[in-house]
Design a protein around this ligand. Structure first.
Ligand code: CTP
Length: 446
């Protein structure tokens, strides 16, 4: 029996795919089709696939040409599959000519004619509305945001707003977009906004944008109090718009996998989570300015609370802070969160330096994520018996903002108002804890 194998994403299955599968099947007696997993596609930078892996597998099966469907999940898998399934022919469309010649060592490689004039990319583009996105604020993070948005389909950064005309124009010219110092003119020209202003102004900007019926992606911390965050979520619900907190680690593929592994029990029952994040900065700078909501908690708590709330949940019993204050802001805070059966600690600094790692300790082992853990691309699961240790590697493309933008755009396109990657309750809990520290509740000065 002659076995043929072929691979693809098969998103929005189209006539080109059907022709290819028919031709591949005609090359032998048994056709194996490898369909890429969602995480494999994200890992190789293909962020815009519309159908999930189950839908794509079903679509391939429905063509009737595949005798077997497998999932392609890692680089190098084709060589493994060809040997494992004793494949005679590897077939792929002619857009790949030459790229798979290295497989000739294992089986015959055949490039089949590609159907002209159709592709998943084209179908996605034809059926997708482009959201015009405006940026409120033109500081450091906003500058990193524009090139990241450019790699996400379905969104185009078209405008920037900054009441300071000079800064606004400089930013607009740098990125070739429209600059506005008048909020009303700005907001009427966009469908969605990204808020990247000093923390204390997030609430008012988000509220105004939502009232105009615009979707909002807001930098962390979305607000500095529970009541403000709650008000924004309620307003977004009334207006039927997406409101998402731009906690970039929450949307990063490696971090998501880490959470699912821990939740599946790879280190047993989790008893302790320790996360640290520090950045040395020098005044005058927003991070050290009490007027602009500076301080270690306001700056870093949302990101570091993320692994704790994801893994240990939202029902903590007590929270306490030990903080060192300088110039009216906490330059260092150590926070301890107790749960009925676990504990967690966070160490944050804007004027004190520490190792920025993450350790999740369990009854069977622990997870170690080296600094900078919040840009997760590598972690290790360690056990007493070192031979059982396992290392996990991922790609973390660009500045990593593309993952949060992708989630935001996908929510807009699919009219989805919730994200399991960062739920409303998780955002509200972060706001509660940040508010406690700002009010001095359970804070011990050191
Ligand atoms: N293919 C084809 N003719 C087309 C489109 C795809 O023969 N018009 C083939 C590809 O060469 C590949 C298989 O179908 O062998 C699966 O390709 P896939 O990447 O899933 O499809 P595309 O439409 O090319 O997707 P994209 O635009 O996302 O790259």
């Amino acid at each position: 029996m002659k076995k043929v194998i072929t691979y693809g994403t098969y998103d929005l299955l189209h006539q080109g795919h059907i022709n290819l599968l028919r031709r591949a099947k005609e090359l032998g007696d048994y056709l194996i089709v490898g369909v890429t997993s969602d995480s494999f596609d994200i890992g190789r930078g293909k962020l815009n696939v519309r159908n999930n892996v189950l839908e794509r597998v079903e679509a391939v099966k429905a063509t009737g040409y595949a005798d077997e469907v497998i999932i392609e999940d890692y680089l190098g898998q084709k060589i493994d599959d060809i040997q494992k399934y004793e494949v005679d022919i590897f077939a792929i469309g002619s857009d790949w000519v030459g790229k798979f010649d290295y497989l000739n060592e294992y089986c015959k490689v055949v490039y089949l004619p590609r159907t002209e004039g159709i592709s998943s990319t084209q179908l996605r583009a034809e059926t997708q509305l482009i959201s015009r996105l405006g940026i409120i604020g033109s500081g450091r993070i906003a500058k990193r945001f524009v090139p990241e948005a450019a790699v996400v389909n379905g969104v185009e950064v078209t405008a920037v707003y900054n009441p300071d005309q000079q800064e606004c124009q400089a930013f607009a010219e740098k990125f070739g977009i429209d600059g506005f110092s008048d909020f009303e003119l700005f907001i009427n020209r966009v469908d969605a906004v990204y808020i990247a202003t000093p923390h204390k102004s997030h609430f008012e900007y988000a509220k105004r944008a939502i009232k105009y019926g615009k979707h909002v992606l807001c930098e962390v911390p979305m607000t500095l109090s529970l009541s403000e965050s709650k008000e924004l979520f309620d307003l977004a619900e009334q207006q039927g718009v997406v409101l998402l907190e731009a906690n970039k680690t929450a949307y990063c593929p490696a971090f998501n996998h880490l959470v699912t592994l821990v939740k599946s029990g790879v280190v047993g029952q989790v008893v302790d989570v320790r996360a640290s994040l520090s950045k040395m900065v020098h005044a005058p700078i927003r991070e050290l300015d009490p007027e602009q909501g500076g301080g270690a908690m306001n700056e870093h708590a949302s990101i570091t609370l993320l692994p704790i709330l994801k893994i240990l949940g939202l029902d903590y019993s007590t929270v306490g802070f030990h903080s060192r204050y300088e110039g009216g802001v906490d330059v260092f805070t150590k926070m301890v969160i107790n749960y009925p059966h676990a504990t967690a600690a966070i160490t944050l600094g804007v004027g004190v330096k520490t190792e920025g790692d993450l350790v999740i300790s369990g009854t069977k082992g622990y997870v170690y994520v080296p600094a900078p853990w919040w840009l997760t691309e590598y972690f290790e699961i360690r056990h007493e018996d070192q031979s059982k240790n396992k290392k996990y590697f991922y790609s973390y493309d660009g500045d990593g903002l593309r993952y949060e933008i992708q989630e935001f755009v996908s929510m807009i396109i699919n009219h989805r108002h919730r994200s399991y990657k960062l739920s409303k309750r998780e955002s509200l809990t972060m706001a509660t804890i940040i508010e406690m520290s700002n009010k001095g509740t359970n804070v011990t000065r050191i």
